[in-house]
Design a protein around this ligand. Structure first.
Ligand code: GLN
Length: 541
C-alpha cells in the first residue's frame, strides 16, 4: 500500500516548499524507502515549456522529455531519483484530459464538473505515478499558496484522497511563514494560524507544520502554534535559513521529522543512513578552496533561471574541495561596452548557458572568444556549444558572418541550422528535441576521460544543431566533435584539444548532477578552474 504525503504552502509563496518536499523525500530515502515526488501546479499552461525563464525560472527536463517545473530538479537532486512526465501535473494537463474524455463521449451524457471529474483526474494521476514508480511513498507538493483560487481543485482532490486511502496512509504537511516584526524582532504566529484556518475551511487539517523563520523559535512560540493549530508540538518543525540548502534534511532529521513521519504513516522503522549526506554537507560548509565561475546568460536577473547549472557547479565543488562562487554576467552587458576581459577578470572558469533568441548572443560569443584565446576553462551548454561553434567559425575558420539560422534568416554561413525533423513543426509546446538521447564519445578526448565511458546518455531541449556541411572544416581547424549521436548524424559535443579545458555539449548535463554524484563535466570544469587559479597565483609569486 502506497503512502501519500501532501505538501501545501501558506502565507506567502517562495518560502521553500520545494526544498521542504525534497528534504522530506531525502529523510525517507535515507531509510531506504522508494519515494516518488510529484508537483501539482495550478497554472493553466499544459507544461512549463512555454513559460519564460524570466517569470518562472528554469524549465526542468525529465528523462522522458517532459518540460517541467524547476522543483522537480530539487526533488531529483535531494532524493537521487529520476522523475518522469507523470511527476508533473498542471491545471492545463488535467483540463486537457477531461475535455478530451468529454469529446470522446466517455462521460456518457453526464454534466462534466470540477467535482468529481476534475478532482478524479487529479487523483488518477497521483495514483498512476504511485504505480509507475512502485512507490512506498508519494510526496506531492501543491504549487501556489492556500487561498489561491486556482489551487482549489487540487486541494479538494487531496482532501478526498484522505478518505479514499485512509488516515493512516496519508498526511498533510503545511509550510508556513512565522515572521518577526518590530524593533525587538518579535516572532508572530498569527499568519500561520490564519493559514491553517484557511486550510481547515477547505477540509484539510495539517499533521505537520514546517515553520519558516528568520530566527530560532522559542518553545513557547511552538507551543502556541501547536495549541492554536491543533498540531502536536513535536510536529511543529522549526525551519530557519540553513548554511546550504543541502543541510535542510539534516536539520529536519534532528528536529525529529523523519521519525514523526514514519510513525504517523505506520511505515516500517528503519535506521536513517546519514553518512553520505553528512559528509557532503560538511565539505560544502567547510571547503578548503574558493573558485569563481562566470556564468554568462540572458536571464541572469532571475536567480532561478539557471537553477540546475548553479546547483551542478555547487556539486562540482565537493570533490574539488572548493566553494564555487558564481559570478552572473548578463550577456547584453558584454555588447554595450563591457570588455569580457574585464567582466571575467576575477573568474577562474566560464559557463555559457542555454537560451533562445538572438538577444545577447554577440555578448556570449565575445565571452567565448576571450576564454578560447586566454585559456580560461570553458563549458558551453546547448546554446553555449552553438555559440562556441559560431565564434570558432568566424574567428578561426574565417567564415565571416557565420551564424545560427535561429538568429538570422539565411546567414552567410549557417554553421548552426534547424534539425531536419524540426522543419515541419508548427506548434511551440513540447515540440523540441526533448529528453534523453545517447551519444558516443571519441576515445582520448577530455569528455571521454571525464565520463569514463564510451556511450553516455544526456537530456536535451533544442531545435538547432551543428550543420554537418561545416563539420570537416571545423575539425581541420582544430575544433573536434568529441561526442556524436550513435548514427553519426548529430554533433553532441565539441572540444578544442589545444586548450586546457574547452568543452561544449548540445545536451543539458546540469539536469543530471546530484550532490552525491556531481556531474563529470562540471567536475572537470571546476577542477580546471582550481588548477588555473593555482597557476595564476604561483606565477604572481
Ligand atoms: N535555442 C537553441 C536551440 O533551440 C538552444 C536551446 C537551448 O539552449 N536549450 O537549439
Amino acid at each position: 500500500m502506497t503512502k501519500y504525503i501532501f505538501v501545501t504552502g501558506g502565507v506567502v509563496s517562495s518560502i521553500g516548499k520545494g526544498i521542504t518536499t525534497a528534504s522530506l523525500g531525502r529523510l525517507l530515502r535515507n531509510r531506504g524507502f522508494t519515494v516518488a515526488p510529484m508537483k501539482l501546479d495550478p497554472y493553466i499552461n499544459v507544461d512549463a515549456g512555454t513559460m519564460s525563464p524570466h517569470q518562472h525560472g528554469e524549465v526542468f527536463v525529465t528523462d522522458d522529455g517532459a518540460e517541467t517545473d524547476l522543483d522537480l530538479g530539487h526533488y531529483e537532486r535531494f532524493m537521487d531519483v529520476n522523475c518522469s512526465g507523470g511527476s508533473s501535473l498542471t491545471t492545463g494537463k488535467v483540463y486537457s484530459a477531461v475535455i478530451s474524455a468529454e469529446r470522446r463521449g466517455d462521460y456518457l451524457g453526464g454534466t462534466v464538473q470540477v467535482i468529481p471529474h476534475v478532482t478524479n483526474e487529479i487523483k488518477r494521476a497521483i495514483h498512476a505515478l504511485a504505480v509507475e514508480q512502485e512507490a512506498d511513498v508519494v510526496i506531492a507538493e501543491i504549487g501556489g499558496t492556500v487561498g489561491d483560487i486556482e489551487s482549489l481543485p487540487f486541494l479538494e482532490a487531496i482532501r478526498q484522497m484522505r478518505t479514499d486511502v485512509g488516515h493512516e496512509n496519508s498526511m498533510f504537511v503545511h509550510v508556513t511563514l512565522v515572521p518577526t516584526v518590530g524593533p525587538w524582532q518579535e516572532v508572530k504566529t498569527k499568519p500561520t494560524q490564519h493559514s491553517v484556518y484557511k486550510l481547515r475551511e477547505i477540509g484539510i487539517a495539517p499533521d505537520v507544520l514546517v515553520c519558516r523563520s528568520e530566527v530560532p523559535l522559542p518553545v513557547d512560540v511552538r507551543e502556541k502554534i501547536s495549541l492554536f493549530c491543533g498540531v502536536p508540538i513535536q510536529a511543529v518543525i522549526e525551519s530557519t535559513n540553513a548554511a546550504t540548502i543541502y543541510e535542510v534534511p539534516l536539520l529536519y532529521e534532528e528536529a525529529g521529522l523523519g521519525d514523526f513521519v514514519v510513525n504517523r504513516l505506520n511505515l516500517e522503522h528503519r535506521d536513517a543512513n546519514l553518512t553520505e549526506w553528512k559528509r557532503l554537507v560538511d565539505t560544502l560548509k567547510n571547503p578548503k578552496r574558493k573558485t569563481t565561475i562566470g556564468v554568462v546568460g540572458k536571464y541572469t536577473s532571475n536567480g532561478d533561471a539557471y537553477k540546475s547549472i548553479a546547483e551542478a557547479l555547487t556539486h562540482a565543488g565537493i570533490p574539488n574541495d572548493s566553494e564555487v562562487k558564481i559570478k552572473w554576467i548578463e550577456s547584453d552587458s558584454l555588447e554595450t561596452g563591457i570588455d569580457p576581459k574585464v567582466a571575467l577578470e576575477d573568474c577562474d572558469g566560464l559557463v555559457v548557458g542555454p537560451g533562445f533568441g538572438s538577444r545577447g548572443i554577440e555578448g556570449k560569443i565575445s565571452a567565448i572568444q576571450y576564454a578560447r584565446e586566454s585559456g580560461l576553462p570553458f563549458l558551453g551548454i546547448c546554446l553555449g556549444l552553438q555559440m562556441a561553434v559560431i565564434e570558432f567559425a568566424r574567428n578561426i575558420c574565417g567564415l565571416d558572418g557565420a551564424n545560427s539560422e535561429e538568429m538570422l534568416d539565411n546567414p552567410n554561413y549557417p554553421v548552426i541550422h534547424l534539425l531536419p525533423e524540426q522543419k515541419h513543426v508548427t506548434e511551440k509546446g513540447a515540440s523540441m528535441r526533448l529528453g534523453t538521447y545517447p551519444c558516443n564519445l571519441v576515445h582520448g578526448t577530455i569528455s571521454s576521460q571525464l565520463y569514463g565511458a564510451h556511450r553516455i546518455e544526456e537530456r536535451h531541449r533544442h531545435r538547432y544543431e551543428v550543420n554537418n556541411d561545416f563539420r570537416e572544416m571545423l575539425q581541420e581547424h582544430g575544433m573536434i566533435a568529441s561526442g556524436v549521436s550513435p548514427d553519426y548524424r548529430l554533433v553532441e559535443m565539441i572540444e578544442l584539444p589545444s586548450h586546457p579545458f574547452f568543452v561544449g555539449t548540445q545536451a543539458h548535463p546540469e539536469f543530471k548532477s546530484r550532490p552525491n554524484r556531481p556531474h563529470p563535466l562540471f567536475q572537470g570544469l571546476v577542477k580546471a578552474a582550481v588548477e588555473r587559479k593555482a597557476s595564476v597565483a604561483s606565477s604572481l609569486m
